[in-house]
Design a protein around this ligand. Sequence first.
Ligand SMILES: Nc1nc2c(ncn2[C@@H]2O[C@H](COP(=O)(O)OP(=O)(O)OP(=O)(O)O)[C@@H](O)[C@H]2O)c(=O)[nH]1
Ligand SMILES: [Mg+2]
Length: 397
Amino acid sequence: MGKLPSEKRPHIAIFGRVNTGKSSLTNTLAGQDISIVAKQKGTTTDPVKKLAELTGFGPCVIIDTAGIDDISALGKKRIAKTKNIINQIDIGLLLITNSLFGKFEEKLIENFNKKNIPYFIINNKSDIKKLSTSLKSKLKNNIIDFSCKQTDIKSIVKILNKLLPKHAFKSDGLLDGLVKKGDIVMLIMPIDSEAPEGRIILPQQKVLRDALDKNASSIVLQHTDIKNFLAKSKLKPKLAITDSQMFEYVNKVLPKSIPLTGFSVLLARKKKHFENLLKGTNKISTLKNGDKILILESCTHNVITCEDIGRNKIPRMLRAKTGKKLNFDIVCGLDTLPKNLKKYNLAIQCGGCVATKKQLENRLEDCLEAGLQISNYGMVIAYCTGVFKRITSPFTK
Ligand SMILES: Nc1nc2c(ncn2[C@@H]2O[C@H](COP(=O)(O)OP(=O)(O)OP(=O)(O)O)[C@@H](O)[C@H]2O)c(=O)[nH]1
Ligand SMILES: [Mg+2]
């Protein structure tokens, strides 16, 4: 996969007084020795930019800067350069040590605020001195202890993910880790009565776009043409993707040697709780007579296909698959969830095409907190048609 160009990456700059460990943190985050680290104050004189790939966060640019309190002859120029960096970044990290937080830091934060830049404060060298309780209470959730002597950057990655501006960098990377440059990906898109007139639905567009971003080649065809195409072309796609209503059919005609998954599964993988959805779907096998299932439908308007799937298709399929007497309740739109969630055994979320990511997350979290298993439409359909293992194996290997 080609490197993501710098302009497509979030820019994260590290600021702080001299010797607080800015260059050390740059190196720790990037996992390589980029910046010179030294006991001497004022080691870094010019901003140093580095393309990096942070586990759990993704591609970014990390910028090491000169100390904001440099009072040497060249200090003013350096500080001006550092300030200019603020115009270029998406996230600011402010390093302090020994809970030293004064006018330099306040001034910097003022500049962050002026530019609407999300920032976070890190009390570095906490292996020597931990954050004081007074500063902690003053800065509340905006500061953590850290030490560059440790290599675990999870705590920082967690914060970076929280701070990342939602508007930018929203390419979902649906095929991340599945398809790379030069691979062939087969998009099986049925054109039936449920397909919208004259256009391609969003999940399919997103996958297609991501394949292009990755310089992979896409074959786009209808399910009825799979056999013919494979026989004629002799090509072997790295991955095939289809709609959940086609799982059963495609599973039969697509050679087992070609991995298969669903558009909805790829989308779910990029949201929170994917692991829980996988786990919950497997729990279908343990459903008993009289168990209660909650269908969570996000559509606020009348979408005939969704209604049919949630109200008829899924209950019918689940009853047939398990042979159990199951009871279903349905929650529509953004209506509040039933008070006593604990009485349910499983919650099944729709594709959520009209809900925000956050709205879907919140619902699933409420269910998880109440101890419910969770699944979604696509996965349940896959489970009931006997293809769950196949369509999730590209991720669970
Ligand atoms: N004990 C301890 N030492 C650290 C830590 N982080 C950095 N240091 C040390 O602190 C010194 C300064 O680190 P640098 O990373 O060069 O600091 P800097 O902020 O880039 O300094 P300037 O470029 O001079 O502004 C070096 O001797 C580092 O090894 C830490 O977490 N714990
Ligand atoms: Mg430095």
